[in-house]
Design a binder for this molecule. Sequence first.
Ligand code: ATR
Length: 272
Amino acid sequence: TDQYAVFGNPINHSKSPAIHRQFAEQTGQDLHYAKQLVAEDEFVKTVQAFFAQGGKGLNVTIPFKVEAFGFAQELTPRAQRAGAVNVLALQTDGKILGDNTDGIGMVHDMHNLDWEIQGKRVLILGAGGAVRGILQPLLAEHPIQVVIANRTLSKAEELVAEFHDLGDVKASSFEQLAGEKFDLIINGTSTSLSGDLPPLPADLLNPNAYCYDLMYGAEPTVFLKWALENGAAKIADGLGMLVGQAAEAFYLWRHIRPEVVPVITALRRQLS
Ligand code: ATR
């Protein structure tokens, strides 16, 4: 039985073992997937021990994604762009490949929801690690423009400098959003955790606009409540992205694509 695991700190509430168990069952794959709490200063040591003992692949979560980026011997282009790795995979040549499947997980979730990205004007709130992880797969969908608005403007400007070769990307403060209109807003700030909301003008949304939060929970996030109150046609939280990133990791490891919808449905039921 091939061994897989997710490493993080904290790790107790990780849904990854439940997700991958369902994928394995669906696809008839013989594998074991564990979760492991790793001490902050023992990431590399623990990863080395895992692969030395015959482990085949890892998911990596907070706070180790940048360290995993440094550890990987080869990187996919999207991981290179993200500067962070959430999947490590042992390859046939013995080398460890690092990938970042967060962004493609989000894009696939939007496809599943029938949300068009191509030709749309997109606003991203936030400019931290989560946003860096989604920019390349998002821009690959050919939105007409992506505006990155952040409390600290310089961080948005840094992302623009790094990603502008992939499409029309522009930085903004929250104040500068006054009078702007968008078809899709993605909340990539960590404000949902604290129940806060960035200061947003009320009239940001075009008719038929969609709002997506990278965070998820039993209740709509503060941002998604704002979206409904301000005319969003559709909203979604990041539960589908979580399952989507896992599906892409599963594909990298097992070369077989699991069905995400039944897994999202099962997780959603457990949340409430
Ligand atoms: P993550 O890895 O989740 O992206 P991060 O890299 O710390 O975490 O980024 C958090 C993001 O949420 C940043 O864009 C941050 O804005 P700053 O760059 O100005 O710090 C944003 N954020 C956090 N709290 C916020 C708040 N109360 N209002 C607005 N933005 C906030």
